[in-house]
Design a protein around this ligand. Structure first.
Ligand SMILES: N[C@@H](CCC(=O)N[C@@H](CSC=O)C(=O)NCC(=O)O)C(=O)O
Length: 278
């Protein structure tokens, strides 16, 4: 692992790192904020998964998470959203290929050799974090935005013992039913829609995956709300399954990092409460 940069912030350290990923078969860059409490012992880890077009840098530069992370003593890890490189498959559209990995393990050509973001964020990167940072891997939580909200929900639902809590900003909650998801899942997983259900938060809940509670914040003037994000089916699935979903509709907020940064401290405090219990 190579250190790209480190900067002192809120008495902790914001770092950017690069490593050769065996899972994605290319160099991958990620950001880690280590809070000041780490000098006294391992800290819990909160994963942030970003949305379409993002690298590790969008939330690092615009998410405003460091003050709350330092206050609560939480490490924040921000992976990239896909493998990248000139020799790696891509698409000219912003919602497929590089910058749009959808946190799945692709099975279809030309994506399958490198687009393994599910395994990358659930296996390879956690092992790297455990080996190189003052991280208490028995206390992990996960959140994300839009495509990254979809990633956070599906990763938590598929690994209920690993993450103590899960939340999302404006998540894609039912990708099999919306254009972004239908396009990406068809490309990465092929035409058999039964394979898509393993990466759809609403379908996972309908099919029996369970976490005790979920926090979601959603702007009501988000331009993607009706076509790509509509949380109605997810809300119904959670109600039926007995999952306590808190869905905060936020008047006047859009899909941007202005919205995310407004509610970032609330989400970190919510996770910190669950990460420091027990
Ligand atoms: N370029 C596209 C929209 C891209 C976009 O809005 N990306 C969001 C995530 S959307 C869902 O995953 C984002 O986080 N962008 C990065 C940022 O820094 O804001 C278009 O123009 O429609």
């Amino acid at each position: 692992m190579e250190t790209v940069s480190t900067n002192r912030a809120f008495e902790g350290v914001q770092g950017v790192y690069r490593h050769e990923s065996a899972t994605c078969g290319c160099p991958m860059t990620f950001a880690v904020y280590v809070p000041p409490q780490a000098k006294d012992g391992p800290c819990p880890v909160l994963w942030y998964l970003s949305g379409l077009t993002c690298t590790h840098a969008n939330v690092m530069e615009k998410g405003e998470y460091r003050k709350a992370a330092a206050e609560h003593g939480v490490i924040i890890v921000c992976p990239d959203t896909s493998p990248r490189g000139e020799t790696i498959a891509n698409d000219e559209a912003y919602d497929l290929g590089q910058g749009a990995g959808f946190y799945v393990d692709a099975t279809e050509a030309p994506w399958a050799p490198h687009f393994k973001m599910y395994s990358y964020v659930t296996e390879e990167l956690p092992a790297l974090i455990a080996a190189n940072f003052p991280a208490d891997m028995n206390r992990q939580a996960i959140f994300g935005h839009s495509m990254g909200g979809h990633g956070a929900l599906t990763v938590a639902l598929k690994n209920p013992g690993t993450y103590r809590s899960v939340s999302a900003f404006a998540p894609i909650t039912n990708p099999i039913a919306v254009p972004w998801g239908q396009k990406a899942l068809a490309a990465y997983l092929g035409p058999d829609q039964s394979a898509w259900r393993a990466y759809d938060a609403t379908a996972l809940v309908e099919d029996g995956s369970k976490v005790p509670e979920i926090l979601v914040d959603q702007g009501d003037t988000d331009n993607f709300l009706s076509q790509q994000l509509d949380p109605a089916a997810f809300k119904t699935a959670c109600e039926t399954a007995g999952i306590a979903l808190t869905l905060n509709m936020r008047p006047g907020y859009d899909h941007s990092y202005y919205f995310i940064s407004t509610f970032m401290a609330d989400h970190i405090a919510w996770h910190a409460e669950r990460l420091t219990k027990g």
